[in-house]
Design a protein around this ligand. Structure first.
Ligand code: GLN
Length: 531
């Protein structure tokens, strides 16, 4: 039987529920258990795909083409479990499903209500990950206890515990324990109130993870244990771990969290394989070399708009025993001050994905700078499209070349709308999404990185390279190193006479892990180290 862990949050948001859920997943996996993770988000959008990165941060894409919360990226990076569309539900998607059923007449004769219909729907979503191959499902409840939107989810997980038996379910609450510098005191009251609110919803947490700047000490732990009615061993202190997110699992292990969970849920474990994780931490802390990569994007100011890319660069560093420093460059600043002002000294330049015309000219200038100065360059999705525009304008002399996304009347649409997108008008979930096979040409940098002819990568785009320009590009030194298996679309292009200039239409950052760095990020970092 599959057991369940629910992770809720209190006091403030952004405490790292996703990272903690992922870390707990890793702890249990390394004890030989099969784990799956999912997230419930309280907002009304069906998925985050239509939200600006400023609102929501990165949109993470799964193999099966779901546009999801970036926490799923943490789940895949920390554990071996793969995510899919059953790993992220929102208030919107839950209501949409219930309302669709209502219209079909599935509740005929009944008044459809939050309780039991919405809560039952949530319970069905929780159980979608159950199965003989899953020992534990970890479900993260987005938002914080006390939010109006949070209530149906809390009610559902309470009922769930009641239904499957309290011995099969564990509730973990993540809170902030602030230190007031004026009073020089650690304050437990916000956590007490938060747990109080959880109890009002009928949930007694089994474990409390306390985010804190200061060491809590025995007294504070005892106080929290007493007032929150939680075992003393289950009050976990979690100090800030920046810059190594990957240290969180060790903090939890050091305080015995894995053993506590295993005993509480009566799980049968098999070995302990945390060593691999320890070895990546060792490289992170004591690398033998270092490099600096500039990312030129337009959501640079948002902490997590390029989350998977930042992480993948670190992985590329792990693959080369190197520390990677990231220089965040706002593409509009490049437009204002020129590329050199912002990029000088960087040993690699990366232009990530994006939408809309703002900042595009700055990205194109940055790419020109990388091409002309032979600085390793990695273009991802929009980054590849901008590289095609730059090459058309400055190498092929097509001065007005553009993507039809930015200039519908351009005389040289080197990037144009995918044929299958021409009739599409609604915006939600309608891009070319998810994993698609791609065939590589031998003898190219891409082939050398992957070491195989057929690969699979995840996509999220509407526009593509226009094959009308293939011959001209090849004549001027561009190599088309990867195509879709039907040879219709360019997936990878690279420059012949350049140390490392590789552009991809897909998103390799969604498949990189600290324990298994993505080959393109690994090679990009290698090239930058040789710079
Ligand atoms: N805006 C471009 C497209 O839709 C690129 C998308 C992306 O970078 N994810 O094709």
């Amino acid at each position: 039987m599959t057991k369940h862990i629910f992770v809720t949050g209190g006091v403030v948001s952004s405490l790292g529920k996703g990272l903690n859920s992922a870390s707990i997943g890793l702890l249990l996996e390394s004890r030989g258990l099969k784990v799956r993770l999912q997230k419930f988000d309280p907002y009304v959008n069906i998925d985050p795909g239509t939200m600006s990165p400023y609102e929501h941060g990165e949109v993470y894409v799964t193999d099966d083409g779901a546009e999801t919360d970036l926490d799923l990226g943490h789940y895949e990076r920390f554990t071996n479990s793969r995510t899919n569309r059953y790993c992220n539900f929102t208030t919107g998607s839950i209501y949409y499903s219930v309302i669709t059923k209502e219209r079909k007449g599935e509740y005929l004769g009944k008044t459809v209500q939050v309780i039991p219909h919405i809560t039952n729907e949530i319970i069905e979503c929780i159980q979608k990950l159950d199965g003989p191959d899953t020992d534990i499902v970890i479900s993260e409840i987005g938002g914080i206890v006390g939010d109006i939107e949070n209530q149906p989810f809390l009610e559902a997980i309470r009922q769930f515990g009641q239904r499957v038996g309290r011995e099969n379910v564990l509730y973990i609450h993540l809170t902030l324990v602030p230190f007031l510098s004026a009073a020089e005191e650690i304050k437990t009251k916000p956590t007490q109130h938060s747990v109080g609110m959880l109890r009002q919803a009928g949930i007694q947490p089994d474990i409390i993870i306390c985010r804190t700047e200061k060491h809590l000490g025995v007294e504070v732990k005892e106080k929290l244990s007493l007032f929150c009615n939680v075992d003393k061993n289950a009050i976990i202190e979690e100090r800030d771990v920046k810059p190594y997110l990957y240290e969180i699992p060790l903090i939890l292990i050091d305080q015995g969290l894995d053993t506590f969970i295993i005993q509480k849920l009566e799980l049968k474990t098999n070995g302990n394989t945390i060593d691999r994780w320890l070895s990546i931490l060792e490289i992170l802390k004591n690398p033998t070399q270092a490099t600096e990569i500039a990312i030129v994007g337009k959501y640079i100011a948002h902490q997590s708009a390029y989350e998977s890319i930042y992480e993948s660069l670190i992985h590329g560093g792990i693959g080369n025993n190197a520390r990677v420093r990231v220089r965040r460059v706002e593409s509009e600043d490049v437009e204002k001050n020129g590329a050199r002002a912002h990029l000088e000294g960087a040993r690699g330049i990366l232009v990530p994905g994006g939408f809309g015309v703002r900042g595009v000219e700055g990205k194109i200038e940055a790419i020109r700078y990388a091409r002309e100065n032979k600085i390793p360059f990695f273009g991802i999705c929009l980054g590849m499209q901008c590289a095609a525009i730059e090459f058309a304008r400055n190498v092929c002399n097509l001065k007005s070349a553009n993507s039809t996304e930015f200039d519908i009347n351009t005389p040289d649409p080197v990037i144009s709308l995918l044929e299958e997108q021409r009739a599409v008008s609604s915006k939600g979930g309608t891009m070319r999404l998810g994993a698609q096979p791609c065939v590589l040409h031998e003898g190219t940098k891409a082939f050398k990185a992957y070491g195989s002819r057929e690969i699979s990568e995840r996509h999220r785009h509407r526009y593509e390279f226009n094959n009308r320009y293939t011959e001209l590009f090849v004549d001027r030194g561009m190599v088309f190193s990867g195509y879709t298996s039907d040879k219709q679309f360019v997936e990878i292009m690279e420059l012949r006479d350049h140390p490392w200039f590789v552009c991809v239409q897909f998103h390799p950052e969604f498949k990189s892990k600290p324990t298994d760095p993505h080959p393109l990020f690994r090679e990009f970092i290698r090239a930058s180290l040789q710079q």
